[in-house]
Structure formats: structure tokens, C-alpha cells
Write a protein that binds this ligand. Sequence first.
Ligand code: PEP
Ligand code: MN
Length: 349
Amino acid sequence: MGSIIELLKETGRPALIAGPCAAESRDQVIRTAEALLGTPGIIAYRAGLWKPRTRPDDFEGVGEEGLAWLREVKEKTGLRLAVEIATPAHAEACLKSDIDIVWIGARTVVSPFIVDEIARALSGSNVCVMVKNPVNPDLSLWTGAIERLKKKNITKLAAVHRGFDVYYSKPYRNLPLWEIPIELKNDFPELPVLCDPSHIGGNRELLQQISQKALDLGMDGLMIESHIEPDKALTDVAQQVSPQELKMMISKLKIRDHQGKKLDTTLEKYRISIDELDEQLLEILSKRMQLSELIGKFKKEQNLAPYQSERWSAVFNDRLKKGISLKLDEEFLKRLLNLIHMESLRRQG
Ligand code: PEP
Ligand code: MN
């Protein structure tokens, strides 16, 4: 098949790759694919066969058995196929089964030796290769994986932004840190960059908003998880949507023209970072107030006074010292801490 760039030109933006997180059964794979037919922009059907799971007892995918189901999808629907690979053996199995697009997942991209081995296994084939960002926010590791593939003469490349696994990522499953894919796109202007809002959001409620943001920032396409019965999915249940919901969502997206434009100016990049930080600040404040309410309830049950001056002065002095060491203005800190404390007391009731 042609490169992803050619496909994008064929379809117009946003190009869409959709399908279940994991292939679970022949029936689920085929019914989902048939229901996705006709979704605007769809260039390929995705399904994970080998699922790298965080915990050992989670569903790890059906493996090679699923390749036969995918071949059936192609025969029945004509959709191109996209599968995640994590080892050279997966790569070889996909090449034998005429898979059109393979992608290297976030947990695999972190390992340069494995990326090299996969690149070697794919070298000389005609397959498109997508590289997800590594789980940790490291642009050079992402770039490095792309360069390793290029060195093995793999030219049909694309990147997929799926967010970053940081300690505090609320409200997202993986923090988007949009400035990183923007930087990548500016470094490799010819490289298509798709966004995977499913793994960024971790929740179907966030899909629309993340997809819109990705398009507004000039991303070339979307990879979205869709399952014929989302609530019964064996993996990533909260983030999968039915094919019908996906069609509705795609039809609501506003497409703006970014042709040939570099993704962002410096000012815009700073603004994106500020937006992200503010979003996290609000999440953290909300979490803090919820904790205050829990403390208030506990104090009532124990018949304790809501305000305990020695505790507050210890907290106040500690935060003031920390804030000053972080180069925050002392007067600003005092006002901010008092404001938070007052609201906290109000919430304790
Ligand atoms: C996936 O796409 O199903 C997947 C496992 O994604 P990631 O590698 O981004 O976690
Ligand atoms: Mn998934």
C-alpha cells in the first residue's frame, strides 16, 4: 500500500484508524469492523493481538489466532489492517498475514534494542510503521525510535501521540503534553502525526474534546478505540466507544485548514503549556477540597473543632518555606495559602 501520507491525501483530514483495543473473538472482530464501515475518514481497522499489560493476570490478547480473523475482515470489508507489534516475531507474523500498518507501542518504544530488532525484522518490507510516543515524556527517545527505523530503510512512517504516563495526570489517563508532539512535528515536517485520544483520555467522555484539540493543533489523523459492545470489552473498557458513537463524534469535529503551516509559534506553545498546567492546578485544588470535606466529616464524628490553630500554623509555615524555595513571591504565597485555608474551613462546615 502507499504511505500513510498518500492515504491522508486520499481521505482528507482527519484520517481515522479505528477498531477495538484488543481482538477478543472472531465474532467481536468482524461485527465491529462491519459496523465501522462508512465512518468518515477511516483508512484502517486496528486491533491489538498481543497486549502488553501492566499486571500479569490481565487479558494479554489472543495472539496469532487473531490474524485469521483480521484477514477475514479485509476480505469482507476491504478495510486495511493495523496491528501493534512488540517483538520481531510479531513483526514477522504480521508481514506473513498481509497486515498493512504495524505500530510500536508506548511500552516498547522505550527500549532501543527492541526497536532495533523490530526494525531489522521489518526491513525490506512494504509495511507502514507507526511509532507511538514512549510512556515517559522524552522527545529524544521518540525521535530515536523513528531514526532507528529510518536507518533500516523503513520510509513509510508515522508517529502516534498517546500522552505520557506521569505521576499526576488527572483528568487524563496519560497527560497530553501537547508541546512534545508539536516539537516532533516541527522537527520532522514530512512525518504524519496522529493522535490517540483513547489512551490520552482513558475515558470515553473525554474523546471528543481531545480529538478536537488534536485537530486544532494540526495533527494529521486520529486512532480511536471502538468496540461493538464497549461495556463488555476485556481491555480498556472505560475508553472504548461503539461504532455508532464514534461516527457521531467524528461528524461533530470541526476541521480547520493547517496546510503547510508549521504547527505552532513559540507563544502558542507557551499557551498550550499554561492551559495544561491550569487544568492540573484546578484538578489538584478540587482534590484538596474533597479531602477537606472528608476531614470535616471525620472531625464531626470525633467531636473535634474544625479549626486547630497549631496544625494550620505548621502547614502554613511549611508551605511558605517550600513556596519561597520554588521562587514564588512571599506576599503572594501568604494570600494564596490563606485563601485556600478559608475555603477549606468552609467546606469542612
Ligand atoms: C493500544 O493502542 O492498545 C495500546 C496498548 O496503546 P499504548 O501503547 O499507547 O499504551
Ligand atoms: Mn488500549
